[in-house]
Design a protein around this ligand. Structure first.
Ligand SMILES: [Ca+2]
Ligand SMILES: [Ca+2]
Length: 224
């Protein structure tokens, strides 16, 4: 009885240790703002800076703000030249720089929100790509999540993807809701995350296997 109990206890303890190795959980779900942005589009109105400076948001966030509750409860004021951007023509790529490698797992977008005919200016289909430089034309590190569809309106929208460490994110606007003049949106942000580290386990396993192989070799050598 006691033997069994202590066995279970050590199994549990071992489990707890490997859990710690696998998933070091930082303060999760915090927010990060891109520090700069570049557009490949031929023209813009308003400014890209308006999409990363929290202009127009009904509340402000910092690195400790809970991403999910903030995005779903914070609105953006009616878009204008001082708080938003227009990408001209409607399709284009805006690259956001994160200031160095950062692990992210969601993208927040505050889309066109003025209603009426302006709704046709809003971002509709878009894709996100990770990259180690701010150049979309020379390849990238892969798509983040799936093809996304945004709706128009004042509340923020969150788009989730597997936690990825990257320095740049390309926001590829595929189309809007029909206005041929351009695509407009107010703000973006990212949710920071933690990448699990399976390499830690692989490393430990490799060390054990290597040790066993080494011992066998030693044994053979001794027999000779
Ligand atoms: Ca803004
Ligand atoms: Ca690139």
């Amino acid at each position: 009885m006691f033997t069994n109990l202590s066995k279970s206890a050590s199994v549990l303890a071992a489990g707890a240790v490997s859990m710690t190795l696998i998933a070091p959980q930082a303060a999760s779900a915090a927010m990060i703002s891109p520090i700069n942005s570049v557009s490949t589009s031929s023209n813009t109105a308003g400014s890209l800076g308006n999409t990363i400076d929290q202009s127009g948001l009904s509340a402000n966030y910092d690195a400790t703000t809970d991403f999910d509750s903030f995005v779903t409860s914070t609105t953006h004021a009616g878009l204008n030249a001082n708080n938003a951007v227009a990408i001209i023509p409607p399709a284009g790529v805006v690259t956001y720089g994160l200031g160095g490698p950062v692990t992210i797992e969601a993208f927040a977008l505050w889309n066109e929100n003025r209603g009426g005919s302006a709704a046709s200016l809003g971002v509709q289909n878009f894709r996100l790509f990770a990259d180690n430089d701010n150049d979309f034309s020379n390849g990238n590190l892969g798509q983040l999540g799936t093809d996304f569809v945004a709706v128009t309106g004042s509340l923020g929208q969150a788009f989730n993807f597997a936690a990825t460490t990257t320095s740049f994110v390309h926001f590829q606007i595929i189309d809007n809701y029909g206005d041929p003049r351009g695509t407009t949106y107010g703000e973006v942000a990212f949710k920071t995350g933690t990448v699990p580290e399976p390499l830690t386990i692989l490393g430990a396993g490799t060390a054990v296997a290597f040790g066993a192989g080494f011992k066998r070799k030693l044994g053979k050598a001794k027999k000779k």
